[in-house]
Design a protein. Sequence first.
Length: 287
Amino acid sequence: MQLIETHIAKKLEKPIRFQEYAVGIFNTIPTKSSIKKAIKKKLIFIDGIVATTSKFISGGEKIELFESEKSSTFERLKLNLEVLFEDDYLAIIYKPAGILVSGNKFVTIANALTQNLQKSKQQDAVKPQPIHRLDYPTSGLLVIGKTSSAIIKLSALFKNKEISKTYFAITIGLMNSEGIINSPIEGKESITKYTVLQTVKSERFGYLNLVKLSPKTGRKHQLRKHLLAIGNPILGDKEYFLEGKVLNEKGLYLHASILEFIHPFTKEKISISKELPKKFTKIFSVT
């Protein structure tokens, strides 16, 4: 068997059953039913011992997910990915719009990583896995962990807001030249800083803006929800939109363009950028 993912259990106020705790801790098996299947197949270990449904988690346990040697789904997917940075610990790849990062679907970024990345030579090397998520319709940079320790440290960098992410979007309607959106999402503090770089008139939408976005928190669909909240939804968004202002053909105009952080092992500053997709530059001239 090959190790896929590692999770260190958070400290809990009171112990809970593992099959309840495990929902959502692994990217490759996010649902309760998939957790049960993995337990039945003896693919999950807790502190080196095969997991059971009756096991209770209290905090600090090392939980490991393995892949059966009989599983070949991962290897069968042929999807070429652009790799912008790679070393023995981590990689940064470009996720095209219209592809899931991970989940139960066959065509996902997670399922294509092994064929696109070099195997780590570190002792704690694992199957490469995404550290964070980008929405299905969003394009841009994605951080990948290649070792167990790298996955843990990179996840901590994201949690502690030590990874700077910059997005670009095209929004609908006139906007202030810059601002900060401080609107809670699901009761949690959510902050987005924005700067309007260019504005053009549009016969269909009135005005379109090229906007630089710097999220200070990482809530689900934060940028899309925040821009709709100020009346300037992202062009092509079919979930967060104004009535009569939906573009159905070109996808979502949201792109994760820049990632900056200190490498958790080499301590070098990593700064990676990816140019805007062509659908952006057809509307705005970017130098």
